[in-house]
Design a protein around this ligand. Structure first.
Ligand code: URA
Length: 229
């Protein structure tokens, strides 16, 4: 994988939190970095960096301990998260919790966040259908993810799906290929796995069971690595 080692990864990480060129968004001139997670949440609440804030109920910041060794990065809040203001509390969150439980990982010890902090959707009658964030929205939101990374300094970062991997590396990533080749991101180990909503979409019970076990194994490996580093 292109992002695996050394300078490329360091510059990808740098691009997350520095005024940047191609790979990352520049800070707005008046924007200062937050010095704590609480300050970051307050700053995120006023985010207008892309148009998604206009229709979402609220921003959904990352959640978890300041010193978490493991950070899980999802795509964007869904309908439930948009209403609750908390990441991964809907169906995908329940699937993730089940996998964390199976892997013996206490969710309260993990920092859980998203690449994009506002819910993007398409109204369909009374329902709001999830819409994938585009490259512009992902890049604009990297300003916040970069600050979460700088404050928490996790030992291991796991991208849940392609959007998170795109945000963290600054380039398009194929999950199936990246999953086989974990690397580093700055000082942290970096791995890519599937998004829990992928498991929810599997209709065949045997497929679901197999993929769930693979997902749990990925989480176990990340947790083990975090304990060892
Ligand atoms: N899917 C995500 O990627 N993040 C959430 O917070 C919920 C669903």
């Amino acid at each position: 994988m292109e992002y695996r080692t050394g300078a490329a990864m360091a510059s990808a990480l740098h691009a997350l939190d520095a005024p940047a060129g191609r790979a990352g968004p520049a800070a707005e001139p008046q924007e200062a970095r937050a010095v704590s997670l609480a300050a970051l949440r307050r700053a995120e609440a006023g985010c207008t960096r892309c148009p998604l804030y206009r229709h979402a109920t609220q921003v959904v910041p990352g959640e978890g301990p300041r010193m978490a060794a493991l950070m899980l990065v999802g795509e964007q809040p869904g309908d439930s998260e948009d209403r609750a203001g908390t990441p991964f509390v809907g169906p995908a969150g329940r699937m993730m919790d089940k996998a964390l439980d199976a892997a013996g990982i206490p969710r309260g010890e993990v920092f859980v966040t998203n690449a994009v902090k506002h819910f993007k959707f398409e109204p369909r009658g009374k329902r709001r259908l999830h819409k994938k964030p585009n490259a512009y929205e992902i890049d604009r939101c990297r300003w916040w993810l970069g600050q979460e990374l700088a404050l928490v300094r996790p030992k291991v970062i796991v991208a849940l799906g392609a959007t998170a991997a795109r945000s963290l590396t600054g380039r398009p990533v194929t999950v199936s290929a990246a999953r086989r080749t974990p690397g580093t991101l700055g000082h942290a180990a970096f791995a890519v796995t599937v998004h829990p909503s992928f498991l929810l979409r599997l209709r065949d019970a045997a497929d679901r069971e197999r993929e769930f076990a693979r997902f749990v194994a990925d989480l176990e490996q990340a947790w083990g690595l975090a304990a060892a580093r």
